[in-house]
Design a protein around this ligand. Structure first.
Ligand code: PMP
Length: 292
C-alpha cells in the first residue's frame, strides 16, 4: 500500500495528507492533474505527462511552484518511500488556498501533491472478452467552453456521463460532441478498426490527446497498421470490425458491444489484441527509470 504522500514539498503520512477547505481545487475544481503509470520501476512517458501538465497550467494561467525536474524527483522520492515498482501516480496541482470568491489572484501559491498507489485494473478477463458500453446523452465539453485538452479537476461533465453508463449497467460511456460525432469515453480515448485500418477522432473536435492514444498510434506505425484521425459517427461505431479504448489506467481494452449492437464477431479483435501486446512490450522501457 502506498502510505506516504508528497504534499507541498514534504512527504507526509496518508492520514495527514489533507488540503484546506479554502483550496480552490476543492471549491471550484480550479486545478489540473495527471494520471501516470509505473511499470517495473519505469515511469511510463513521464516527459509527455509533464509536458501536458505544464500546457494545461499555462492555458489556465496557473503557476506551478516546481520545475519539471523537481516534480520528477518528487515523484521518484514518493515511489521510493512507498517501495513501489509498479503502480499508479496521481499528480495534482490546484490553484491553492484563497477566499470564497472565484478570483484566482487571491490564491497565493498553488497546492501540489503526488499520490502513488497500486492500481487495480479491470479484471484480465475483460481484456479477453471485451466490454459492452453505451453512448450517453451528456455531451463532452465544447472546445470553445472548457477545452478538453486542459486536464482540469472539473470532471463533472464526465461524471454525468459515467452515471448514465452505470444506469445502463455499463462501466464506460462514449461521449459525443454537439453534432453527434464520437469523441471519447469518460476517462479513455476510443479507436475503431475498419478493413484493417485504425481510426480515432481528431482531438480538435474536443477529445483529450491521450498519452496512451499516442503510444498506440506509435505501436500501430511500427506494426505497419494504417492509422487515421477522422470524424466518426455512431453508425461508424456500430459497423466497426473492432473497437477498443485506451487510457493510462485501462491501457487498451476491447469493446464488443455498443448500444446493444454487436461489434464485429462479438469477440476481442485480433488487431486490438496485437496492439495491446505491442503496447505492453514498451511500457517497462519507455520512460524514466529509477531504483528502489
Ligand atoms: N480522455 C479522458 C477524458 C481522460 O480523462 C483520459 C485519462 N485520464 C483519457 C482520455 C486517456 O488519456 P491518457 O492515455 O493520457 O491516460
Amino acid at each position: 500500500m502506498g502510505n506516504k504522500v508528497f504534499l507541498d514539498g514534504k512527504l507526509v503520512d496518508r492520514e495527514e495528507a489533507k488540503v484546506s477547505v479554502f483550496d480552490h481545487g476543492l471549491l471550484y475544481g480550479d486545478g489540473i492533474f495527471e494520471g501516470i503509470r509505473v511499470y517495473s520501476r519505469c515511469i511510463f512517458k513521464l516527459k509527455e505527462h509533464l509536458d501536458r501538465l505544464f500546457e494545461s497550467a499555462h492555458s489556465i494561467m496557473l503557476s506551478i511552484p516546481m520545475t519539471k525536474n523537481e516534480i520528477e524527483n518528487a515523484i521518484i522520492k514518493t515511489l521510493k518511500a512507498n517501495r513501489l515498482s509498479d503502480g499508479y501516480i496521481r499528480l495534482v496541482v490546484t490553484r491553492g488556498v484563497g477566499d470564497l470568491g472565484l478570483d484566482p489572484n487571491k490564491c497565493k501559491v498553488a497546492t501540489i501533491f503526488i499520490i502513488t498507489d497500486k492500481i487495480k485494473l479491470y479484471p484480465e478477463e475483460f481484456y479477453r472478452k471485451g466490454l459492452a458500453i453505451v453512448t450517453v446523452p451528456t455531451m463532452r465539453n465544447l472546445p470553445e467552453t472548457l477545452n478538453p485538452s486542459i486536464k482540469s479537476l472539473n470532471y463533472l461533465n464526465n461524471i454525468m456521463a459515467k452515471i448514465e453508463a452505470c444506469n445502463a449497467g455499463c462501466i464506460e460511456a462514449i461521449m459525443l460532441n454537439k453534432d453527434g460525432y464520437v469523441l471519447e469515453c469518460t476517462g479513455d480515448n476510443v479507436f475503431i478498426v475498419k478493413r484493417g485500418k485504425l481510426i480515432t477522432p481528431p482531438t480538435y473536435l474536443g477529445a483529450l490527446e491521450g498519452i496512451t492514444r499516442n503510444a498506440i498510434i506509435e505501436c500501430a506505425k511500427k506494426l505497419k497498421i494504417a492509422c487515421e484521425e477522422r470524424i466518426l459517427t455512431r453508425h461508424d461505431l456500430f459497423n466497426a470490425d473492432e473497437i477498443f479504448l485506451t487510457g493510462t489506467a485501462a491501457e487498451l481494452i476491447p469493446v464488443v458491444e455498443v448500444d446493444k449492437r454487436t461489434i464485429g464477431d462479438g469477440k476481442s479483435g485480433a488487431i486490438s489484441l496485437k496492439l495491446l501486446k505491442a503496447f505492453r512490450a514498451i511500457t517497462p522501457k519507455d520512460g524514466v527509470k529509477y531504483s528502489l
